[in-house]
Design a protein around this ligand. Structure first.
Ligand code: JFZ
Length: 323
């Protein structure tokens, strides 16, 4: 067993955080409620990059308090936090030196990932980054959404990969030791097995102890729900489901607390605390980890129903000597 996997296999419980520009529209576009996940609004409402860009100027999460988030996680009994450094909208949640589609080019002159790194260090939680391979905004990413009318250069994808690597280098250089790089959006035709291997090696070359999930590889879990082959990657990521008999390798079930990952103002379908605790017990007893999601608002606040439930789950984990 790899020593670098030890903390992960003992962690049992972590906080997933989907936070990006999509928290500004919060599930609404041109007065219309867009069903589905909040972070998919650009895709679901067929918003062009130039129409989406003004959200960057509106984004100003003045109430963001890294220590508050970390204490909510820790209070629930969570051992790690995995936050979206970049979701499919392509927007970097840290001030990146690569281009201007990142939080460094908003009115919010702070670095939430730096602040979270400091708070996690202080409270003894591992900080992890979710990073989307699929990117609906970068001009070199392919394939293009059908409604995106910018000119296409069919040879541009390798340039996008260079950009993604340069961004990941920043994340793995400037934020201390990172627990996991949690890839996603690996299922499009442009991403292949060799690129998955190369990216996996690149990440480990920057931080040898970092854990990489299986979605780094094109062959693994995708929207088609094909069984994962785990040819590259350190662990499996069943989504919104708990494998009946666990899995013969390290795994982590990620789950939402309502029906969305990114904040969606019309989604009130919250799971009960009882369900959340049952899931945690079920997953822990089968040897997995529970990565439970919160979707903070554009002001930087974790929604109250999530805070309330996590506090109640925390009462259970404390009373039971943790999961
Ligand atoms: C992906 C993202 O598209 C989504 O926004 C969120 O970040 C989630 C954690 O991951 O969504 C998926 C990925 C895989 C499946 C379903 C949704 N799948 O394999 O069923």
């Amino acid at each position: 067993k790899a020593a670098r996997m030890k903390w992960f296999e003992e962690a049992r419980f972590g906080m997933f955080i989907h936070w990006g520009l999509y928290s500004v529209p919060a599930g609404y576009w041109k007065g219309r409620m867009i069903p589905g996940a909040g972070e998919w609004i650009m895709h679901e409402a067929k918003i062009k990059p130039e129409e989406y860009e003004p959200f960057r100027d509106q984004f100003n999460p003045v109430n963001f308090d890294a220590m508050k988030w970390v204490k909510i996680a820790k209070g629930a009994g969570m051992k790690y936090i995995a936050i979206t450094s970049k979701h499919h909208e392509g927007f970097g949640m840290w001030p990146s030196a690569q281009g201007d589609w990142n939080i460094g080019h908003t009115r919010f002159h702070r670095d939430p990932l730096k602040e979270l790194a400091a708070a996690c260090k202080k409270e003894g939680l591992k900080l992890c980054f979710y990073h989307s391979i699929m990117d609906w905004h970068h001009p070199d990413y392919l394939p293009r959404r059908a409604w995106d009318t910018r000119p296409v250069d069919p040879t541009s994808f390798p340039r996008y990969v260079q950009y993604m690597k340069a961004q990941l280098k920043e994340l793995l250089t400037n934020y201390g030791p990172i627990g996991i790089i949690w890839f996603d959006g690996q299922w499009e035709s442009t991403w292949n097995h060799d690129e998955g291997i190369d990216l996996y090696r690149y990440i480990r070359s920057l931080q040898p102890n970092v854990i990489v999930n299986d979605r780094v590889d094109s062959g693994n879990l995708g929207p088609s729900k094909t069984p994962f082959t785990r040819s590259v990657g350190d662990y499996g990521t069943p989504e919104q489901t708990i494998p009946a008999n666990g899995l013969p390798y390290p795994w982590e079930t990620c789950m939402t607390m309502n029906d969305t990952w990114g904040f969606h103002a019309a989604d009130h379908n919250w799971k009960s605390t009882e369900t959340l605790v049952r899931n945690l017990i079920d997953i822990a007893s089968k040897g997995g980890n529970y990565l439970l999601n919160v979707g903070p608002t554009s002001l930087g606040e974790i929604p109250d129903p999530s805070i309330e439930r996590l506090a109640e789950v925390g009462k259970w984990t404390k009373a039971n000597g943790e999961a």
